[in-house]
Design a protein. Structure first.
Length: 217
């Protein structure tokens, strides 16, 4: 999927599959209920989703907020024009799309109440991770990044479960590669600056947070 020359039809099929994967396996429903929704006050909560891909997580959050009467606006930012184009065909009134990376938003002076990302960290080497986290901290007082936790069991289970959805997309190959690229809790703790907290989460996930209860997630 990271290859700019990859097949666009298979790429967009993968984005469509991510809607189900993110709803079922990434834990954002619980994160919404227990960490994001409590931040909502009298004003509108401004959330930035970095590396937003096809925009499904941004639309999920916006949908939950509407149903629960929460004033929320999600800015879904991804530097890949293919992701932006896919997301633009599925608009939501409370989602703002940007074809931009974190550094560009920092340069603009953008500010939000919360920065989130889903399955972005494993795409970054340690140096790029440091820059991404610095940008995240500059963009909002609270940050919550959700990523994969490397595990042989996770790879085995995903390899089996993803088989029915694999045809015509990159879902299975990309997912297995992402699990191999992801970090263990100890590796992620060693790679992040002071002030960031790493937590295990089910199933086979890691949460990396800043600005929660004195700097913890």
């Amino acid at each position: 999927m990271d290859d700019p020359a990859c097949d666009l039809i298979r790429l967009e099929a993968t984005y469509r599959h991510f809607r189900l994967v993110n709803r079922l396996l990434t834990g954002w429903r619980g994160l919404w209920a227990h960490r994001i929704r409590p931040l909502a006050g009298a004003g509108r909560l401004e959330v930035l989703d970095l590396g937003s891909g096809g925009g499904d997580l941004a639309r999920l959050l916006a949908g939950w907020a509407r149903r629960e009467g929460v004033r929320l606006r999600v800015t879904a930012a991804d530097p890949d024009p293919r992701a932006y184009a896919f997301a633009a065909r599925r608009p939501h009134p409370d989602v703002v799309l940007r074809c931009a990376g974190s550094a560009e938003l920092v340069a603009e002076g953008a500010r939000f109440d919360l920065v989130i990302s889903n399955h972005v960290l494993h795409h970054l080497d340690d140096r790029s991770l440091g820059a991404f986290l610095a940008d995240s901290a500059a963009l909002a007082p609270r940050v919550l990044h959700d990523d994969l936790r490397r595990s042989a069991l996770a790879a085995a289970l995903f390899g089996v479960v993803s088989l029915p959805f694999a045809r015509g997309s990159f879902l299975r190959d990309d997912g297995l590669l992402s699990i191999r690229r992801s970090r263990t809790p100890a590796e992620l703790r060693a790679a992040v600056p002071e002030g960031w907290r790493v937590e295990r989460a089910a199933p086979f996930r890691l949460l990396l947070g800043r600005g929660w209860d004195g700097g913890t997630a």
